[in-house]
Design a protein around this ligand. Structure first.
Ligand SMILES: [Fe+2]
Length: 197
């Protein structure tokens, strides 16, 4: 398995969580109140699984490997991806702030931040899947790719802690079921290096 196979499989999970977020956002707009239970679960999965774990693997391991292989760290594709990760964190912070408030204006602010996050992440994932990861597959040697897969395990254990990956998948699954959003976990995620069993 290539490192990009693991990251692509995680993208499929993140996209489905974005589907959930879009539903909660639309309801917040129409009902002028936020579904706090679903909103909190989605925020936890996006903060822990998408940002801390998935973006952590990219920022700490894949992008530096690409930059060592010749990509310009200041202006190249990895710089754009890192900038978009920062933008995403801003939207997550705005959602978190809005959820602490019960007003109609907070529900609108939540929906605005959520919609911006969904749009940002969807196009970000497209760029990685169809451009950056193909470059990684051809630029990085088999040895470097193998090392990256092993190093991803370190991110899982050190940044997430044992069992957190599965807990996030379970939380995403139960939230999608509550919202009636189709949710399927792809094989690349279930066979990920972070499995604790
Ligand atoms: Fe990604």
């Amino acid at each position: 398995m290539r490192p990009t196979d693991i990251l692509r499989a995680e993208h499929r999970v993140i996209e489905q969580v974005l589907d959930c977020l879009a539903v909660v956002s639309a309801r917040a707009r129409s009902a002028q109140t936020i579904d706090k239970e679903s909103g909190a679960a989605i925020l936890e999965v996006l903060t822990t699984f998408a940002d801390k774990c998935h973006h952590g693997k990219e920022e700490d391991l894949l992008f530096p490997a690409l930059e060592r292989a010749g990509m310009n760290p200041g202006q190249g594709p990895t710089a754009v991806m890192k900038m978009e990760h920062v933008q995403g964190r801003g939207h997550l912070a705005a959602m978190r702030e809005a959820m602490a408030d019960n007003s109609a204006s907070a529900a609108r602010a939540y929906a605005e931040a959520a919609d911006a996050y969904v749009a940002l992440l969807r196009q970000h994932i497209q760029k990685e899947d169809h451009c950056l990861f193909g470059m990684a597959d051809s630029l990085l040697s088999a040895e470097v790719q193998e090392n990256l897969v092993h190093q991803f395990e370190t991110v899982e254990v050190q940044k997430m802690g044992h069992g957190t990956h599965q807990r996030m998948l379970d939380l995403a699954t139960s939230t999608a079921a509550r919202l009636h959003v189709p949710f399927q976990i792809t094989e690349g995620v279930t066979t990920c290096c972070c499995r604790t069993n």
